[in-house]
Design a protein. Structure first.
Length: 430
């Protein structure tokens, strides 16, 4: 069965618009924090570009709101046309009944109609008919009044819808002017960046080298976790085997010391027992999964799409995958870059164990293991956790540091044993 999309309501569109406005304000705040810099940066361009995109979405939202208003106005006008048609019919029928009543208005005609009945029962029926006809005429009048009232309300509703449309058109016009101003600012920043040329390329190269080092650190952390898990599994298997042999020796000793068994000498052949066939244990899906973290791994997977963000009020300046640069070229990143004020708290997105705390260049990196999944928080300062520490969801692990172009931001990675993947698909929608 093909699912049909539910029509948007004005309330839902207003909620979306307010959320977009909130994101624009956060981006504007981050842009203003960069005003102290003498030169524009790549991060500033990313933020103004995001701001323009958000503003375009606001205008698109208003356009959909106008469409809803136009549909409402069309529905109201259609209802008014239906009421007009109904009123015409009611008035014609009422006029006919009034003409008939006028022609038969005398008491003589009324009595003559009753007394001309063939019998008493027929006379009662005629009286009932006349009462019903009089009630019908009264009902016709009430229907006309009720329908006129409904039409009046629809007319008022139409007037209100037109007023709302005019207000929304004014808002749309203002938002278009805002977009035009933002586009000019974007063009200015882009022109400044193009003037920097070589310096900008150096920033991009530094970013790529930084990402490569972090990716190597993640790969090393995963390999170490796998090696530790294999050693732990081998140690457990050896311990289980030792316990099994001890149990067999104890059973054999108990059997030999039983009074019912005759004593054996060197010439007596020992009775061999058929060893029990052991059912091989089912291998885990991953070497990183064991009895201690399987439940955690399952819980992490179940929370896909609803994990909290590592920064409460940050905005995304680079998405996972391909990002277009001012020069028109693209940079591919394996993380999501979240901009925020320097010093903003960075929180763990889920329960887990700290796998790595490492310094890369002049920044700190924390890697947390969640079963066979890993989350990485890069470009931190003031890290307050250590390797092997158990972490809970929402626990502060460090602070946002300034990145290579002097802007506060972190790179957030999500990985498993085979690859990195898009964190935005796992984090809750904003």
């Amino acid at each position: 069965m093909v699912a049909t999309a539910q029509p948007e309501t004005r309330e839902e569109l207003e909620r979306q618009r307010q959320q977009l406005k909130k994101e624009i304000e956060q981006t504007e705040k981050l842009l203003n924090s960069n005003k102290a810099q003498t030169k524009v940066s790549l991060g500033e361009y990313v933020k103004i570009n995001r701001k323009v995109n958000l503003q375009e979405r606001v205008i698109d939202n208003i356009g959909r709101d106008l469409k809803v208003l136009n549909n409402n106005m069309y529905t109201i006008q259609r209802d008014m046309a239906r009421y007009d048609k109904l009123l015409d019919t009611l008035k014609r029928e009422y006029a006919k009944s009034m003409v008939y009543a006028y022609k038969n208005r005398s008491n003589y005609d009324f009595l003559n109609f009753i007394f001309s009945a063939a019998n008493f029962n027929d006379a009662i029926k005629r009286i009932t008919y006349l009462k019903s006809y009089r009630s019908y005429r009264e009902m016709q009048g009430e229907n006309i009044i009720h329908t006129q009232e409904l039409r009046r309300k629809k007319k008022e509703e139409l007037g209100g819808a037109k007023e709302e449309k005019n207000k929304t058109l004014l808002v749309q016009s203002k938002e278009m002017q805002t977009l035009e101003a933002q586009q000019k600012e974007k063009d200015r920043i882009l022109a400044e960046l193009k003037k920097q040329g070589k310096e900008l390329n150096n920033q991009i190269t530094a970013k790529q080298k930084q990402m490569k080092k972090v990716s190597n650190a993640i790969a090393a952390a995963i390999r170490k976790a796998q090696e530790d898990a294999k050693r732990a599994a081998l140690a457990k298997a050896a311990e289980d085997e030792r316990k099994r042999k001890e149990t067999e020796r104890a059973l054999a000793k108990n059997n030999n010391s039983t009074p019912d068994n005759p004593s054996t000498n060197s010439n007596t052949k020992s009775v061999s027992t058929t060893p029990k066939t052991r059912v091989p244990e089912k291998k885990p899906e991953s070497v990183l999964l064991n009895s201690g973290n399987t439940a955690l791994n399952t819980s992490f997977e179940k929370n896909r799409g609803s994990l909290p963000w590592p920064i409460d009020r940050g905005v995304i300046s680079m998405h996972y995958g391909s990002n277009t640069l001012p020069s028109g070229s693209t940079i591919i990143v394996n993380s999501v870059t979240i901009s925020a004020d320097v010093g903003t708290s960075v929180k763990a997105v889920f329960n887990g164990t700290v796998s790595t705390v490492q310094n890369i260049e002049d920044m700190q990196v924390v890697i947390i293991q969640h079963g066979r999944y890993f989350t990485t928080y890069s470009n931190l300062s003031g890290v307050n956790v250590q390797r092997g520490q158990e972490i809970t969801t929402g626990q502060v692990i460090g602070k946002v540091a300034a990145n290579f172009d002097g802007v506060g931001a972190i790179d957030f990675y999500m990985s498993n044993e085979s690859s990195n993947f898009d964190p935005e698909r796992w984090l809750r929608p904003r």
